[in-house]
Design a protein around this ligand. Structure first.
Ligand code: CTP
Length: 430
C-alpha cells in the first residue's frame, strides 16, 4: 500500500462514467419522517436490513435499535451501511441513557421486526431493561410489531395472549405472522415474518395518520376485462392493471379503507387492500354497484371492454368442425363508471380515466362531463412509454378548473400526484 498519488486522487474526483452513474434523484416522500426500527433475535433479522434500506431510500431517518440477541444474527454495521446512521444497542452508556427517551419521543413510527416470542412477552409486561423496551415505553408514536418464530411457539396460548394484549390493551398493531416455510429444519407453518415490502407499506400507512384520506373509503377499478368467446378464448385488451393497483396502494398507505375491483391481471393483491377479482365487465359492474354507495373517493382506472359476444360458444370452436371463418356478434357492455353515478352519495369525489389516440384533452373533457367525473386522467394511447402495459405514464389531469400536464414518470409516482391533487376535495366533501 502507498498513499494515493495525485493521479489517483484526480481519478477519484472524476464524474461517474455513464454506465456507473448513480440512479437519478428518486422521490423521497418520507423526507423528515423518523422511524425507529427495533430488531430482536430471530433469523428473520436479516430481512430487517431490507426494511431499513427501503425506508432510507424513501427519505425516512431510520434509527435502528438492536437487542442483544439480534446481534447474534446481524451486526449494527449492516444497518449503518444502509441507513447512514449509527445503529443503537446499549442502554447503559453515556449517550444511551438519554437516547432512549429522545428517539422514543422523536419517532413518528416504531416498528419491531422481527419481534420474537421473548420480545412480545417483555413488551406486554412493560419491561425496561434494554434500549428497545425503554424506547417503547417512552414513545407516543404508533407501534408495529412483526412477530417471527417457530409455528409451535406462535400457537402457544401465552404467546398469543401477549400479542393480543399488545394489540387490545396497548394499541400496538401486530402485523402477521405469515404462513410459509420457517427456518431450515422446521416445518412450514404460521410464524414467518411478513415480507419487508409489506412491512414498509404498513409503516407508510402509520406515517400518514391524520391525512385527508385517513378513515375514508376508496373504490378503485383496475385492469382489463375478459369477455368469453368460448370456454378457452376471450376478447380483452392490453391493460396491465398497474395504474389502478398503484392508486389503490397509495390510497391505502394514506390511511383509507380501499376496495379494488380488478379484472384479470398478473399483479399480486396490494397489501391491506380488499381485492375483488372479476373476469367480465358485467361482473365488474355488479361488484362496483354493490359498493359504490359507501365510497368517498371513486377511481375508475379499469379498461373495461365496451362490447362482449352476445352468446359465448358452450364448447371450444374447432377449425375442422366449424369452418374457415367465425362471425361473432357483439353487444354493448354496461358502462361501469357512468352507471354508478346515480348510486353515488353527493359528497363523493369521482375520478375517471380516458385513453385516447387523438384529441386527447377535448375527448377527455367531454367524457368527464358525460360520466359525472370531478377529474379525468387523460392518457395518450399511442406512446410506447405511456398508457397500457408500460411501467411509466404521461398523463394530463383535467378538472373543472382546467388541465395540468404531468411529466413522464413511473405509475407509482403518477398515482401519488393524482391523490395529492384530489384528496383535499374528499376532505371538503363531508
Ligand atoms: N368505463 C367504464 N365502463 C365501461 C367503459 C368505460 O367504467 N364500459 C370507464 C373507464 O374505466 C374510464 C372511463 O369510463 O374511467 C372512460 O373509459 P374509455 O374507455 O376511455 O371511454 P369509453 O366510454 O369506452 O369511450 P370510447 O371507447 O368511445 O373512447
Amino acid at each position: 500500500m502507498h498513499p494515493p498519488g495525485d493521479d489517483e486522487l484526480t481519478a477519484a474526483r472524476r464524474p461517474w462514467p455513464e454506465a456507473r452513474r448513480p440512479w437519478p434523484e428518486a422521490r423521497r416522500p418520507w423526507d423528515g419522517r423518523r422511524v425507529v426500527l427495533g430488531v430482536t433475535g430471530g433469523i428473520a433479522a436479516y430481512k430487517a436490513i431490507l426494511v431499513a434500506r427501503r425506508l432510507t431510500q424513501l427519505g425516512a431517518e431510520v434509527d435502528t435499535v438492536l437487542s442483544e440477541a439480534a446481534r447474534h444474527f446481524v451486526t449494527p454495521l449492516s444497518f449503518e451501511g444502509v441507513t447512514g446512521r449509527t445503529a443503537l444497542t446499549d442502554l447503559f452508556s453515556v449517550e444511551g441513557a438519554a437516547r432512549h427517551i429522545r428517539i422514543g419521543q422523536d419517532a413518528h413510527v416504531v416498528c419491531v421486526a422481527p419481534a420474537t416470542a421473548d420480545f412480545l412477552a417483555r413488551a406486554a409486561i412493560g419491561r425496561a431493561d434494554d434500549l428497545l423496551t425503554t424506547t417503547l415505553l417512552a414513545t407516543d408514536a404508533p407501534v408495529l410489531l412483526c412477530p417471527a418464530m417457530n409455528d409451535r411457539m406462535w400457537a402457544h396460548p401465552q404467546v398469543r395472549g401477549n400479542a393480543q394484549y399488545c394489540e387490545e390493551e396497548l394499541g400496538y398493531t401486530v402485523v402477521g405472522p405469515a404462513t410459509g416455510p420457517l427456518a431450515v429444519g422446521e416445518a412450514a407453518g404460521a410464524g414467518r415474518m411478513v415480507e419487508p415490502e409489506e412491512i414498509v407499506e404498513r409503516i407508510g400507512r402509520a406515517l400518514a395518520r391524520g391525512g385527508p384520506l385517513d378513515g375514508r373509503t376508496v373504490l378503485v377499478t383496475a385492469g382489463p376485462t375478459h369477455e368469453p368467446l368460448d370456454p378457452v378464448r376471450f376478447l380483452g385488451n392490453r391493460s396491465s392493471g398497474r395504474m389502478g393497483y398503484a392508486l389503490a396502494s397509495a390510497a391505502w398507505r394514506r390511511g383509507a379503507r380501499v376496495v379494488l375491483v380488478s379484472g384479470p391481471t398478473q399483479l399480486p393483491d396490494p397489501v391491506g387492500v380488499e381485492t375483488v377479482r372479476v373476469e367480465t365487465a358485467s361482473e365488474m359492474d355488479v361488484e362496483v354497484q354493490r359498493r359504490v354507495g359507501d365510497a368517498d373517493l371513486q377511481i375508475f382506472a379499469a379498461a373495461v371492454a365496451d362490447f362482449r359476444p352476445v352468446e359465448p360458444a358452450r364448447s371450444k370452436i374447432k377449425r375442422e368442425r366449424d369452418g374457415s371463418s367465425w362471425n361473432v356478434e357483439l353487444v354493448a357492455n354496461p358502462d361501469v363508471a357512468a352507471g354508478s353515478a346515480a348510486a353515488t352519495w353527493s359528497g363523493a369525489v369521482r375520478v375517471g380515466f380516458a385513453l385516447e389516440t387523438e384529441n386527447l384533452i377535448e375527448n377527455a373533457a367531454r367524457k368527464r362531463e358525460k360520466k359525472g367525473f370531478d377529474w379525468i386522467v387523460a392518457n395518450p394511447a399511442n406512446e410506447p412509454d405511456a398508457g397500457f402495459g408500460a411501467e411509466t405514464n404521461r398523463v394530463t389531469l383535467v378538472g373543472a378548473d382546467g388541465a395540468e400536464q404531468l411529466p413522464l414518470q413511473p405509475k407509482d409516482e403518477v398515482a401519488e400526484i393524482i391523490l395529492d391533487r384530489v384528496q383535499d376535495a374528499v376532505g371538503a366533501a363531508s
